[in-house]
Ligand binder design. Structure first.
Ligand code: MCA
Ligand code: AMP
Length: 505
C-alpha cells in the first residue's frame, strides 16, 4: 500500500532542489524546502492527536505554509477542509460543526472568535498567519523534517470542500485521493504542462480552481508557480514575463484588458491562458486575442467533480464554449424531468461520470442520492448542449446560483436573512450583469403592508452574518414580486427588469 495523492504529487519531488514556489519578494522555495515544511507540519498534526480520516478545517490567508498544510494532510492521511477567508464566524461555525473537525487552523486574529465554536465539539485551535508565523508553525519547527506517509486507499478521502445548496445548508463534497489525482494527471496531459512551466498563481487556495486545478497540475508536472497572495494587477503585469501560463476566473481577464500596460509584448513568452469557474464572455475571448494573439482556453468544472470539459490545446478553442469532455469523463445531456438522454444539439441538464466524480456529500445521503445516480452519473444542475462538432455549450443554470468573480452565491441563503428583517414581507435575490464580477447579487424586497423597511439596517444585518462577496450590491423595494400562474417567483422577469443596473456607459 502507499499514499496515492502524496506519492504521485508530492513525494516524487523529495530531496529535489528544483524551484517550486517563486514568491513576490524574490525568494524561491524548492520542492525540497516545501516538502520539509510539509513533513514538519504532518508531524505537528499527528502530534496534536490527529489520525487518518480526521478533518482539519483551515481558514488562513494564502502563503507557502498554508499550501504546505494541504501537503501535510495528504501525507498524514488527514482530510483537508479549506475555507474561504471571507467567511464570517457565523458561517464558519456551521462548517466546523457539520464536518466534526478535530482541529481548526485560523489566523491569530480569529482565534478568540473560533475557540468557543471549536471547544463546543472538542476540536483544538491552532494558528497560522499570512507571514508563516503562528502556533501551528511553532510546533512544526520543533519537529523532524521527515514523515512516513500514511497508507491510503485510492478511495479514501483527501479533502472535504463545502459547496452551497440551493435550498438549505452547504454540503461537504467528499473528494478522494483518486478523484484529485486522476484529474491532475489528465489536465497535465491535456494542457501540456512540463517541468519547464511557471504558472502565475493569483487564485485563492481554498477552492478547487486555485487548490486542485492549479496546484495539483503544477505538482504533477514538476513545474513551478509564481505564488501571489492575491490577484493584484501590478504584480501580475510585473511578473508575467517570468511566467509561461496563467489560470484565472473571467474577472482576471477583464481586469487585464482594462489596463493599457497589458500588451502583446508583455504576454509574448506565455504559452497558455486558461479560464474557468464562471462563463467567459465570447467578447472577452475575442478582445483578448486581438490584444495578445493568444486564444484563452476555457474549461468547465465543479467542486464535486473537479474539471469535466476543456477546450483543446491543439485545435480550435471556441469562444463561448467549454470544449469537449475530458478523455476519462463521460458527459451526457438529459431531460431534467425524466433523466433520459436528449438528441444531439438539444438543451438539457449536463450529467458527468468519471474517476473525477466525488463520493457524495458528507453525511447527507438524501442529497447525495438526489444528485449522484447509482450508475455514477452526477447531475450537475448546469443546462447545456453539445453542438455538431462536439463542443459543450453552457447555456444557463437549472440551479438558482449567482457567480460573482468566481465565487458562488446561493440566493436562498441571502433571501432567508432578508425575509427575517423588520418590515420585510418577502424577498428575491437575483444575479445581474456586472462589468467586473460578471454577475452581482441584487436584493428585491417587498415591504409588509404599511411598512417601509430601513434599507441601511437591512444591509447591516446581512453584513453581520454573511461574507462580503455575498452582500447584495443594491437593495430595491417593489410592491410585489412577479409570479407565474403556479405562484412561483419569476426571477427571469426580475433579472430582465434590473439587467442594466450596473451597465457601463
Ligand atoms: C472580493 N470581493 C468580492 C469578490 N472578491 N465581491 C464580490 N465578488 C468577488 N469575487 C469584495 C472585496 O472583499 C472588497 O470588499 C470588494 O469586493 C472589492 O474587492 P476587490 O479588491 O475588487 O477584489 P479582489 O480582492 O481584487 O478580488 C476579486 C477577485 C477575487 C480577484 C476576482 O474574488 C478572486 O480571486 N476570485 C477567484 C475566485 C475563485 O477562485 N473561484 C474558483 C471557485 P470591500 O469593498 O468591502 O473592501 S472553484 C470553482 O468555481 C469551480 C470548481 C471551477 O470551475 O473552477
Ligand atoms: P463550484 O461549485 O464553486 O465549484 O462552481 C461550479 C459551477 O461554476 C458550475 O456548476 C458552473 O455553473 C460554473 N462554472 C464553472 N466553470 C464554468 C465555465 N467555464 N462556464 C460557465 N460556468 C462555469
Amino acid at each position: 500500500m502507499g499514499n496515492p495523492l502524496y506519492d504521485r504529487l508530492f513525494g516524487r519531488h523529495l530531496g529535489k532542489q528544483t524551484p517550486f514556489l517563486l514568491l513576490p519578494n524574490g525568494q524561491t522555495l524548492t520542492h525540497a524546502d516545501f516538502l520539509d515544511i510539509a513533513a514538519r507540519l504532518a508531524n505537528a498534526l499527528t502530534g496534536l492527536g490527529l489520525n487518518p480520516g480526521d478533518r482539519v478545517a483551515v481558514q488562513v490567508k494564502k502563503s507557502p505554509e498554508a499550501l504546505a498544510v494541504y501537503a501535510a494532510c495528504a501525507q498524514a492521511g488527514i482530510v483537508f477542509l479549506p475555507l474561504n477567508t471571507a467567511y464570517t464566524t457565523s458561517e464558519l461555525s456551521y462548517f466546523i460543526e457539520n464536518s466534526a473537525a478535530s482541529l481548526v487552523v485560523c489566523d491569530e486574529t480569529q482565534r478568540e472568535n473560533l475557540k468557543p465554536i471549536a471547544q463546543a465539539q472538542n476540536a483544538k485551535v491552532e494558528t497560522l498567519n499570512s507571514d508563516g508565523t503562528g502556533s501551528l508553525m511553532r510546533r512544526a519547527l520543533g519537529m523532524l523534517p521527515a514523515f512516513a506517509p500514511a497508507n491510503r486507499d485510492p478511495d479514501d478521502l483527501a479533502a472535504l470542500l463545502y459547496t452551497s445548496g440551493t435550498t438549505g445548508r452547504s454540503k461537504g463534497a467528499m473528494l478522494t485521493h483518486a478523484n484529485l489525482l486522476s484529474n491532475a494527471e489528465t489536465l497535465k496531459k491535456e494542457w501540456r504542462f512540463t517541468p519547464n512551466d511557471v504558472l502565475l498563481h493569483a487564485l485563492p487556495i481554498f477552492h478547487t480552481h486555485g487548490l486542485f486545478v492549479a496546484t495539483n497540475v503544477v505538482l504533477a508536472s514538476g513545474g513551478a508557480m509564481i505564488f501571489l497572495p492575491k490577484f493584484d494587477l501590478d504584480d501580475i503585469l510585473r511578473l508575467m514575463p517570468q511566467a509561461t501560463a496563467m489560470m484565472g476566473v473571467p474577472t482576471f481577464y477583464t481586469r487585464l484588458l482594462g489596463d493599457d500596460r497589458f500588451t502583446r509584448d508583455l504576454a509574448k513568452d506565455m504559452r497558455l491562458f486558461i479560464s474557468g469557474s464562471a462563463p467567459l464572455l465570447a467578447e472577452t475571448h475575442e478582445r483578448f486575442e486581438d490584444r495578445t494573439g493568444h486564444r484563452i482556453l476555457e474549461r468547465y468544472g465543479m467542486t464535486e467533480t473537479n474539471m469535466n470539459t476543456s477546450n483543446p490545446y491543439d485545435g480550435e478553442r471556441r469562444a463561448g464554449t467549454v470544449g469537449f469532455a475530458l478523455p476519462d469523463v463521460e458527459l451526457k445531456v438529459t431531460d431534467p424531468e425524466t433523466g433520459t438522454i436528449l438528441p444531439q444539439g438539444e438543451i438539457g441538464v449536463i450529467e458527468v461520470r468519471g474517476p473525477n466524480v466525488f463520493q457524495g456529500y458528507w453525511e447527507m445521503p438524501d442529497k447525495t442520492a438526489a444528485e449522484l445516480r447509482e450508475d455514477g452519473f452526477f447531475i450537475t444542475g448546469d443546462m447545456g448542449r453539445v453542438d455538431d462538432d462536439g463542443y459543450v455549450h453552457i447555456v444557463g443554470r437549472g440551479k438558482d446560483l449567482i457567480i460573482s468573480g468566481g465565487f458562488n452565491i446561493y440566493p436562498k441563503e441571502i433571501e432567508l436573512l432578508l425575509d427575517d428583517q423588520p418590515g420585510v414581507l418577502e424577498s428575491a435575490v437575483i444575479g445581474v450583469p456586472h462589468p467586473d464580477f460578471g454577475e452581482t447579487p441584487v436584493g428585491v424586497l417587498v415591504p409588509e403592508p404599511g411598512k417601509s423597511p430601513d434599507l441601511t439596517s437591512v444591509l447591516a444585518a446581512v453584513k453581520n452574518q454573511l461574507a462580503r462577496f455575498k452582500h447584495p450590491r443594491k437593495l430595491v423595494l417593489l410592491d410585489a414580486l412577479p409570479r407565474n400562474t403556479m405562484g412561483k417567483v419569476q426571477k427571469n422577469v426580475l433579472r430582465d427588469d434590473f439587467k442594466e443596473l450596473f451597465k457601463q456607459d
